[in-house]
Design a protein around this ligand. Structure first.
Ligand code: SF4
Length: 241
């Protein structure tokens, strides 16, 4: 298994840039057609708003600004930071939505199965379950994926008009472009920071510090946000300010 953090940063930037170009070449009509053929309809089961079903909700910069207005305590550094330098400082590509302390890991904004900020929900919440990126299936075959959690939630075969499909496809592509641009900007910022301060990723220190963190020790984590790295000192279950 390849540990992604060990791949040199310029290679990772090149790979993401390649993804970005592939996304530009993907015909919007094709995505729109998949959306029409699948006919997904939300049944408000709220599964998608839990970490048990969906992992974390990654926030773009404009979403982070919105959370800071609505409720800053809902922000936390995205889990699984990508890097840790020789001094034990972690680096992560952005913020995520905090979850409640329940068995499902429900989103901080989920209340009685409903989003309490629905009209102000974030980019990924608006387009979900649509997506457009390449990822491996359960047999490891990498291909384009367009609908997340197919057959595990919602209803299918609903009639969605061509205009609606095209609008969803456009918003989904915009989100995927913004996400890739954010990840590339993070890596460029980090590469610059590591080069200027003679830092490097050390996997052993990453593993040791992560083990200590899970036992309750504080860690320092630099979170990429709005073009810069923000320093946060956190302990497990804590919330950065
Ligand atoms: S912000 Fe709302 S829509 Fe988004 S994950 Fe949380 S509860 Fe769900």
């Amino acid at each position: 298994m390849v540990i992604v953090s060990l791949i040199p940063i310029p290679y990772r930037i090149a790979a993401l840039t390649h993804e970005e170009h592939a996304l530009y070449e993907y015909p919007i009509e094709r995505l729109s057609g998949v959306i029409r053929d699948v006919g997904f309809r939300c049944t408000a089961c709220a599964k998608c708003c839990t970490r048990a079903f969906n992992g974390h909700v990654f926030l773009l910069d404009r979403d982070v600004a919105a959370v800071r207005e609505i409720d800053p305590t809902a922000l936390e550094p995205a889990p699984n930071p990508e890097f840790c330098d020789q001094n034990g400082t972690f680096y992560v590509s952005g913020y995520a939505l905090r979850v409640k302390d329940d068995s499902e890991g429900s989103c901080w904004f989920l209340e009685n199965g409903r989003c309490r900020i629905y009209n102000r929900r974030f980019a990924i919440c608006r387009i979900y379950p649509y997506m457009l990126h390449r990822e491996p299936d359960d047999k490891g075959k990498v291909d384009w994926r367009q609908i997340s959690g197919l057959d595990q939630h919602g209803e299918y075969d609903a009639k969605i008009t061509d205009d609606e499909c095209l609008t969803i496809a456009r918003e989904t592509m915009e989100y995927e472009h913004a996400f890739l641009a954010h990840q590339i900007a993070f890596l460029e910022c980090l590469h610059d920071c590591f080069t200027r301060h003679q830092l490097r990723h050390v996997q052993k220190i990453y593993d040791d510090r992560m083990r200590q963190y899970r036992k309750g020790a504080p860690i320092t984590i630099m979170v990429y946000s709005d073009g810069q790295l923000e320093k946060q000192r956190i302990v497990k279950g804590d919330v950065p300010r």
